[in-house]
Design a protein around this ligand. Structure first.
Ligand code: MF3
Ligand code: CO
Length: 249
């Protein structure tokens, strides 16, 4: 069942998502060669708690940290560690926060120093795919119109979408119905309605789509070792006009 949110609930979700956006912006600016992903996690936790919010991921299904930090061929759910970032890496930063019992969730992929042109294109196309998907999040469309827009941009750019992980409804739970896949035919699934709040999150591989989970039981990596990028926003479908991106500064 898809839980529609009232305008007042959406304002609380906007607060949670703003905390995520602000914390993510600070973590993003701390990314540089030599910093460890553990240090980025500490910054993330401090920024979230400092805003009176709770880290959403810490303790979620026993996830040990505040931040997911996924480097290079890591797709999502990289666990912060003593790994030092180096020039030319890319890192996916995924954060969630809870305010007033509601979740916000957002992710960005950023460059460590300067990166190759091909890597730059992967990151850019993934970000564009997210925004093209968001553009479809309007009343009257169906859920898979989002999915189709994402997949079509990614594949026409020569990259592949990850299918093992999907976006999701979000509210009093981090993961609510519906699932929001990054692939599919248009015109399928539930009709989009005012009060639906979705976390749309394309994960895009430079090479093949297949992923596997490391022995830490969390980190997802590409099977072919190719680079992967991830962007995510929490958005609300509004009665009129376009979607409201709650996790955008
Ligand atoms: N953005 C991811 C998601 O929505 C992050 C989850 S990490 C977890 O699924 F630790 F909380 F699982
Ligand atoms: Co999410």
């Amino acid at each position: 069942m898809i839980i529609l949110k009232t305008p007042a609930e959406i304002e609380v979700m906007a607060q949670a998502s703003r905390v995520v956006a602000e914390a993510l912006d600070i973590v993003r600016k701390a990314v540089q060669p030599g910093i460890t992903t553990e240090e980025l996690d500490s910054i993330a936790e401090q920024e979230i708690r400092g805003r009176g919010a709770l880290p959403a991921f810490k303790g979620y299904r026993n996830y040990p940290r505040t931040l997911c930090a996924s480097v290079n061929d890591q797709v999502v759910h990289g666990i912060p560690s003593k790994r030092k970032l180096k020039e030319g890496d890319i890192i996916g930063l995924d954060l969630g926060a809870i305010v007033g019992g509601f979740y916000g969730d957002s992710a960005v992929t950023v460059a460590v120093g300067s990166i190759s042109e091909a890597t730059e294109k992967l990151v850019q196309v993934t970000k564009e795919a997210l925004h093209l998907g968001i553009t479809q999040a309007i009343v009257g469309n169906r859920l898979s119109d989002i999915s189709f827009a994402v997949q079509q941009h990614v594949e026409s750019s020569g990259f592949s979408v990850v299918t093992e992980f999907v976006g999701h409804g979000i509210g009093r739970q981090l993961h609510e119905e519906p699932q929001v896949p990054n692939y599919g035919k248009p015109g399928q699934g539930p009709r989009l309605q005012p009060g639906m709040v979705l976390a749309i999150e394309p994960m895009v591989n430079m090479g093949r789509s297949a992923v596997r989970i490391l022995d830490d039981r969390w980190t997802a990596v590409t099977v072919d070792g190719s680079l992967s990028a991830h962007f995510e926003h929490t958005i609300a479908i509004q009665p009129t006009g376009g979607p409201r991106i709650l996790s955008q500064l």
